[in-house]
Write a protein that binds this ligand. Structure first.
Ligand code: SF4
Length: 237
């Protein structure tokens, strides 16, 4: 029986996809983003909780009265695409119940299951850490290649992409960066659902400290809301 590696579950999620959603945060991520909110989701250990397909369906069905026409299930992480076999089966089982699925991915992992998972998803939430390959690598510790391939696969499947980017003061909080992101999306994304800029916050520092991982952005203030709104306007939001 295929099981997933689970970080946590959120019921009544309202920000990780359209409508009200049950969000399964899966454990394991190849990236090491310098502002990650969930550094405790990076590694899989013997203590990592396993979740069965049956439990996914059972949990998702409990939220069904609240989903309406847009809501459903979101698989987030960590990086959910690392668990393609599990995702593929879980999404099939949810589809049989009439429950649609969104994948919330950083596009940093790809394997033989990725294409089917993308094809089966309602839309993809795609966190483009940076449009510039060098800055992308600086943030994540990874090359941008998998992200570009994930966008290509989404385009081939004509899948809507809900693009996100975290805006960090002093790093990518310029009009120029916003314009670059807009141009990157315009050039590469065929079916755009929307672009959303998210303000950096430092609420995860405690988690990093607890795990004993040095936090590089310790002196960076949370993103100013007014400036974020102005950058969003630049992008046409
Ligand atoms: S991709 Fe997401 S979970 Fe992985 S390190 Fe980056 S922010 Fe954290």
């Amino acid at each position: 029986m295929t099981t997933g590696k689970l970080h946590s579950i959120e019921t009544f999620g309202a920000v990780d996809g359209p409508g009200i959603r049950t969000v399964f945060f899966l454990q394991g991520c190849p990236a090491r983003c310098m502002y990650c909110h969930n550094p405790d989701s990076w590694t899989v250990t013997e203590e990592t909780e396993q979740i069965t397909i049956e439990r996914v369906v059972h949990t998702a069905k409990r939220g069904r009265p609240y989903y309406g026409k847009d809501g459903g299930v979101t698989f987030s992480g960590g990086e959910p695409l690392m668990q393609g076999a599990f995702l593929s089966e879980a999404m099939d089982a949810l589809a049989e119940e009439g429950i649609s699925t969104v994948i919330d991915t950083s596009g940093t992992y790809i394997d033989e299951f990725t294409q089917k998972v993308i094809e089966d998803s309602q839309l993809l939430l795609l966190d483009i850490k940076h449009s510039d390959p060098k800055k992308f690598e600086e943030i994540t510790g990874l090359k941008q290649d998998n992200l570009l391939r994930v966008i290509d696969l989404a385009n081939e499947a004509d899948k809507p992409l809900w693009i996100r980017q975290v805006i960090v003061p002093g790093f990518n909080d310029t009009e120029e960066n916003a314009a670059e992101l807009k141009a990157f999306v315009k050039q590469r994304v065929k079916n755009l659902y929307k672009i959303e800029l998210l303000g950096y916050h430092n609420m995860a520092i405690e988690k990093w400290d607890k795990l004993g991982i040095p936090y590089k952005l310790r002196d960076v203030e949370p993103m100013d809301r007014g400036k974020l709104a102005r950058l969003s306007q630049t992008i046409g939001l």
